[in-house]
Design a protein around this ligand. Structure first.
Ligand code: GLY
Length: 356
């Protein structure tokens, strides 16, 4: 699989990952290398990673607790302090070995420490491979509000080594499928059709589908790195999905919802709205709903919670001058951004989801 090149970064796959990394490390001559892991990736992924490093380097491992709940400025603050204590300078390198929380958080820490040191993403979850680690979005949550603080700044490279997926629990794997389905829905009907039947998937297919997903994402972020226009497509399912995710984050009495699980619901809701406002057909909406529900069992959202979820929409990062903007589908494989949607229609979309 050929590396995928963007303006300021490059994504390597499987066998080429560590060749590229070793060549880079040797040439760059860093003063120190910091590896950010969480306790899961330290246990399951670190040994594989370090066994592929050919030369001796001055390496420190920084371990954090796993989970979205730790993706906040307090965690950053403690890691900035560790970097400072261990004498990290501008020639230091940060390697983020983990899922989306580690790559988002580690990227942000690297981009802000001493006004920026280089970093590399080694995603270990499917979601981070196809989405979080590619395109330079870094950041942390503000309370329950997702990714409110951050910067867009590309990593030196992304290493997608699908061997790490062998350590991933099924729900985390499914969470990544949501973003892959999204890539098909917004940009590539053929890719959507391939993704639509996950039951027939082999390991070889999965590697190719991951590769194709990164191609779709990379094409969009290369054309619009700072989300002025078409990068907004990547937010399909995320306007309502993020609001639902934020709502569940602050209601621990409700079942835990992973990012992809919330986005899966958001894609059905926004698919319904697309049918009402644009040209998605009944047949397409049924297929979108069936495909998503085959991987993401329905979550019962209490109608009394809809108001609180909808109030969270005001924090969406696509909003301008108080107007909430959605990304909708013209049809499968073709998205439209800056769409406005009435509250009545949003309620109808929840009713549609409930009826499935
Ligand atoms: N995850 C959406 C983006 O990278 O723009």
């Amino acid at each position: 699989m050929k590396p995928i090149v963007s303006k300021d970064s490059i994504v390597y796959f499987n066998s080429s990952c560590y060749t590229a990394l070793n060549a880079y490390l040797e040439k760059a001559n860093h003063s120190k290398i910091f590896i950010l892991v969480d306790s899961n990736t330290y246990e399951h992924c670190y040994a594989h990673f370090i066994s592929n490093i050919e030369k001796e380097y001055d390496i420190e491992v920084i371990e954090i607790e796993p989970g979205e709940i730790n993706k906040n400025i307090e965690t950053c603050s403690s890691i900035w302090s560790v970097l400072s204590e261990y004498g990290a300078d501008r020639k230091s390198l940060m390697i983020n070995l983990g899922g989306g929380v580690v790559t988002d958080l580690g990227g942000f820490i690297a981009c802000t420490y001493k006004r920026g040191i280089n970093y590399i993403n080694i995603p270990t979850s499917l979601l981070a491979m196809v989405d979080a680690s590619v395109g330079g979005k870094t950041g942390v949550d503000l309370g329950n509000l997702k990714n409110m603080i951050g910067v867009i700044s590309e990593s030196e490279m992304v290493l997608v080594d699908t061997q790490y997926l062998g350590t991933l629990p099924t729900n985390q794997m499914c969470s990544g499928f949501a973003e892959m389905l999204k890539h098909g829905l917004i940009q590539d009907k053929d890719y959507w059709s391939k993704m639509a039947d996950l039951s027939k998937l082999t390991i070889e297919d999965l590697d190719q589908l991951i590769y194709d997903s990164v191609i779709i994402k990379n094409k969009i972020v290369t054309e619009d790195p700072t989300e002025q226009n078409i990068r907004k497509y990547l937010n399909f399912g995320h306007t309502l999905g993020h609001a639902i995710e934020s709502f569940y984050l602050t209601h621990p009495e409700k079942p835990e919802l992973l990012h992809g699980e919330a986005i899966a619901i958001g894609m059905i809701l926004e698919g319904f709205i697309s049918k009402e406002l644009l040209s998605v057909t009944d047949k397409e909406l049924k297929q979108i709903s069936d495909v998503i529900l085959a991987t993401f069992p329905k979550v019962s959202i209490d109608p009394n919670d809809r108001k609180e979820i909808m109030e969270l929409l005001i924090h969406d990062k696509k909003n301008e001058k108080g107007t909430i903007y959605f990304v909708l589908l013209n049809t499968v494989g073709d998205a439209k951004y800056n769409c406005t949607v009435s509250d009545e229609l949003i309620i109808k979309s929840f009713e549609y989801y409930e009826s499935l």
